[in-house]
Design a protein around this ligand. Structure first.
Ligand code: NAD
Ligand code: DAU
Length: 329
């Protein structure tokens, strides 16, 4: 099994999950080790995994490694919306050209491909409604990040239909858990508190996200790999929707801080209001259900992980906050 982006947040957790629950796979990780990739995240499984330092846009590297693989799970991407608003170019390159490069190798060599994508391809939903995204919701991305992921999804569908590439796709809601980069909302606020800085809430904090534990996401990916229908898309999400303000207040409560011990900062341009995935297809067809039903307990465990693993995130913290200074957020 080839895992692209296996030194990033979800990819590395997927590798850990796979070595624990699916020892039948021989895992090879292909990762460019961008600012978001960290080889130490794979240290606990280094004896069970082969690591290749390489770029998914490098056709030579990709061709050789796809030729050796039966299953390819494609996580590698530029993943942070704020970065895409500052400099879209790496998103176009890695997310679109990188996916194209993998698909061309698959066209030559065959293989079972699973493409990891996001609910952000659908745009957003009104705040006060019961509306949800479904597998057939038209694409309407808002940011360079989501537009690049939408493009990559389109490429996968086209290569499946026209060239017979054996692909499935999934679009997941927001993930949380250990090893998430400190640029993302939940780890940024936890590590702000741990380093004596005030947490930062964009605008009024009314925007809603559907928080899903990373292991629930990865269990769904394995369900799709083993039982999913080729050519199909599956939405993944916990059903647990909360506003950013509610999340931040919960982090402050769990960390013993006052509920108003944070700053409002200027809002993200084009900020999507709300995401919500209808996961009926995944649940009924493949029998998946989230295991991490208690978000407060999952968040508390995540806070404990960041407390205990300062060695992992501290080297990234200062540079990340310096980037935010430039963005004014
Ligand atoms: P991340 O930024 O933490 O990790 C991305 C990894 O990809 C890093 O290890 C990086 O080095 C690697 N990478 C980037 N460009 C590369 C390239 N050109 N060649 C090889 N490796 C490269 O991202 P994440 O949050 O783990 O997201 C992983 C995937 O899941 C992405 O495709 C993202 O769109 C998708 N996704 C993320 C979420 C979320 O909440 N984080 C939710 C749904 C879907
Ligand atoms: O929905 C899936 C997507 O979730 C993935 O495709 C992306 O890769 C992933 O980064 C995530 O995107 P978001 O933009 O939703 O996540 P982020 O952690 O950047 O922000 C979550 C919410 O919190 C969002 O509404 C913006 C807000 N926010 C973020 C930061 C970093 C703040 O209020 N303050 C902050 O400091």
């Amino acid at each position: 099994m080839l895992v692209t982006g296996g030194a990033g947040f979800i990819g590395a957790n997927f590798v850990h999950y796979t070595t624990r629950h699916h020892p039948e796979y021989e895992v090879v990780v292909l990762d460019a080790l961008t600012y978001a990739g960290d080889r130490t995240t794979l240290a606990p499984v280094q004896d069970q995994v082969r690591f290749v330092h390489g770029d998914i846009c490098d056709a030579g590297v990709v061709d050789g490694i796809v030729a050796e693989s039966d299953v390819i799970v494609h996580f590698a991407a530029e993943s942070h919306v704020d970065n895409s608003l500052h400099d879209p170019e790496p998103f176009i390159r890695s997310n679109i050209i990188g996916t194209f490069t993998l698909l061309e190798a698959l066209r030559r060599h065959g293989g079972r491909f699973h493409h990891i994508s996001t609910d952000e391809v659908f745009g957003d939903l009104p705040l006060d409604s019961a509306d949800q995204f479904a597998e057939d919701t038209p694409y309407d991305p808002s940011s360079p990040y989501s537009a690049s992921k939408a493009s990559s999804d389109m490429l996968v569908r086209a290569w499946a239909r026209s060239f017979g590439v054996q692909a499935t796709l999934s679009n997941c809601a927001n993930n949380y858990g250990s090893y998430q980069h400190v640029e993302k909302f939940i780890p940024r606020q936890i590590t702000n508190v741990l380093t004596g800085q005030r947490p930062k809430l964009y605008g009024e904090g009314v925007n809603v996200r559907e928080w899903t534990h990373v292991d629930d996401h990865n269990a769904a990916v394995h369900a799709i790999l083993s039982r999913g229908r080729l050519g199909e898309t599956y939405l993944i999400g916990s059903g647990d929707e909360r506003s950013n303000k509610q999340i931040l207040e919960l982090i402050l409560e769990l960390m013993g801080e006052a509920p108003d011990a944070y700053d409002h900062v200027p809002d993200r341009p084009g900020h999507d209001l709300r995401y919500s995935n209808n996961t009926t297809k995944l649940r009924t067809e493949l029998g998946w259900a989230p295991v991490y039903g208690d978000f407060k307990a999952g968040l508390a465990a995540t806070i404990d992980w960041y407390r205990a693993n300062e060695w992992w995130w501290k080297p990234q913290k200062e540079a990340t906050e310096a980037k935010y200074q430039v963005l004014g957020r």
